[in-house]
Write a protein that binds this ligand. Sequence first.
Ligand code: ATP
Ligand code: NAG
Ligand code: NAG
Ligand code: NAG
Ligand code: NAG
Length: 375
Amino acid sequence: MDPTLQGVLAAIGGFFFVSLMIVTISMICGENKHKRSDSPAGSWDPSKHQTETNFGLSSISVGESASFDPSLNLNRISMQALIDATRNFSRDLIVGDGSFGLVYKARLSSSQVVAVKRLSTDAFQGLREFRAEMETLGKIRHPNIIKLLGYCVAGSERVLIYEFMENGSLDQWLYDTLEGESGEVELRSRLSWQTRIKIVGSLAKGLCYMHNWTTPIIHRDIKASNVLLDSSFESHIADFGLARCIQGSHSHFSTQVAGTLGYMPPEYINGSTMATMPGDVYSFGVLLLEAVTGRRPSLPFPGDDGKEVRLMEWINSMVEQSRYMEMVDSSIVKDEIKESTVVEIFNIGLKCANEKWKDRPTMKEVVEELDKIVA
Ligand SMILES: Nc1ncnc2c1ncn2[C@@H]1O[C@H](COP(=O)(O)OP(=O)(O)OP(=O)(O)O)[C@@H](O)[C@H]1O
Ligand SMILES: *[C@@H]1O[C@H](CO)[C@@H](O)[C@H](O)[C@H]1NC(C)=O
Ligand SMILES: *[C@@H]1O[C@H](CO)[C@@H](O)[C@H](O)[C@H]1NC(C)=O
Ligand SMILES: *[C@@H]1O[C@H](CO)[C@@H](O)[C@H](O)[C@H]1NC(C)=O
Ligand SMILES: CC(=O)N[C@H]1CO[C@H](CO)[C@@H](O)[C@@H]1O
């Protein structure tokens, strides 16, 4: 081809490409600007029903039964009300420290006790988390999923307000230690076998609910610190910062690295950007096994021969030798449990944590199996 003609063609092509880029970019920006002026919160619009001061929660009229309501009305609460409720974000009221900000226990003027999560202001991550929580949690209501009660947007501040969980996270119950009077370190508490099964069973129900939509909600970060416990030790799933809605049975790819080591299914690890229902099932299985063994999946520990071993490896080798009872957390009183039940529970966990995602059960099947055992 004539080099001059080639040059002209290249120039024309380049011109069109650049124009297309400019149009696309201005469209995206325009859309964002439009959204921002409507509602600082994201793509849905709570501003229509905002009330700055009324936080009596009477406007959330959703029953205990599962219901999906995209127009669910969250309360917008003023920064002043939050400053009053948290005594200007007093350190004494801090109950948790997540990767995106501190969590405070607060009492609103209505005398309701809530958890206030103040997202770090500078980080892009904080904004992402805010949006993700609003877009998922803000729309769903289920007894085993933490209730988002309201939010606050003030300047660069983003704050989320949740129902308060009196018994903190499962993580704290399994691993937090207290120093006794004479300096000895002991576990803060001992969860009984029954309590652990209740925690795992109610968690399964919450996950099942999330997966049961035509556009399922994938949590992607099921782990012990994201399982919050109320006064009767029912689970409430928290932290939807990484959650994704996916269409049908397709997996969703995103640019965000998902999950926590130890709970992450093998198929996520190469392209660590997937979100699938079987992925959540895997994490659930690991969590179940963690709950009954009291061992962290993310932290290798010395096995029989003194060599470091990971939770899943250890369980697999113990199962081969049928040493189920020995795997149960040593703080559980063994006389109170039947070996056959222990075996069944381990088998459910192992089926969920199967390396091959196609062989994992659905959460619906898990709920049914757990119900059979508990019954
Ligand atoms: N609604 C709540 N009621 C009581 N305590 C809470 C509540 N929400 C969070 N917490 C406490 O704050 C801690 C931090 O929560 P958060 O969800 O911010 O982070 P995380 O899950 O620990 O970490 P990451 O953000 O990395 O997943 C929790 O582990 C829990 O102890
Ligand atoms: C609240 O705390 C911030 C800094 O932590 C301080 O600048 C501000 O003056 C305090 N406000 C009140 C009302 O105490
Ligand atoms: C799943 O959703 C259907 C339709 O909304 C509902 O009838 C069913 O009870 C749900 N199942 C579970 C296990 O949540
Ligand atoms: C991950 O990558 C390795 C090599 O890069 C490959 O052998 C393995 O099959 C991959 N695993 C999955 C689950 O795709
Ligand atoms: C350790 C702990 O905080 N346990 C609490 C769990 O919830 C019940 C009901 O509120 C409390 O009585 C326990 O003290």
